[in-house]
Design a protein around this ligand. Sequence first.
Ligand code: 5RP
Length: 224
Amino acid sequence: MNENWIAPSILSANFAKLGEEVDNVLAAGADIVHFDVMDNHFVPNLTIGPLVCEALRKHGVTAPIDVHLMIEPVDRIIPDFAKAGASIITFHPEASVHIDRTLQLIKDNGCKAGLVFNPGTPLHYLDYVMDKLDMILLMSVNPGFGGQSFIPSALTKLREVRKKIDDSGLNIRLEIDGGVNGANIRAIKEAGADTFVAGSAIFGKPDYKQIIDDMRAELAKAGK
Ligand SMILES: O=C(CO)[C@H](O)[C@H](O)COP(=O)(O)O
């Protein structure tokens, strides 16, 4: 695996040929597949569930599938996603009454676990559960739709979370999601992210490899 993970969000893929889209983006150099689950309740949009995750596995996708749950309640769908082949499952702390229990449930089902923070969600939810986290996902848009602009305050939040992770000494990925593209990925890396979700910057564009290569070239320029 690369040190920096590029995670295309299939929210912006052509769902009529999803298997082919995922194959193409992985062949173009993506590291993991970002899988957005929306319920028209926690967020104002409706997308895909475990059946589609399982279909991608049956299609032959072996790369990690990073399932971002934008749903409430959370717990009852977790075993289904684990059985369907999810590798990482992240959820929003506001959507779980028992955050520690939900994290443990994800781990008990054999997946890596993470918390997701909306742009306006405070970081205190990290207190007392850092040791159960494999990933922290910061939203740099309000969740629900692809194609929105990056909210600049996410850079400040990234720096804060990077410090918390480094101070903890724990092995936790720091993922950013929303409005990421070749023009801002370097600044996002410099603020502390190591995992970069990008939907509309990749899918629908003529040359996935060129876009991912350009992102990696920008990441390589990043200073500390
Ligand atoms: O979780 C999401 C929206 O809730 C998407 O993953 C995210 O917005 C990515 O799309 P884009 O790169 O087009 O902003």
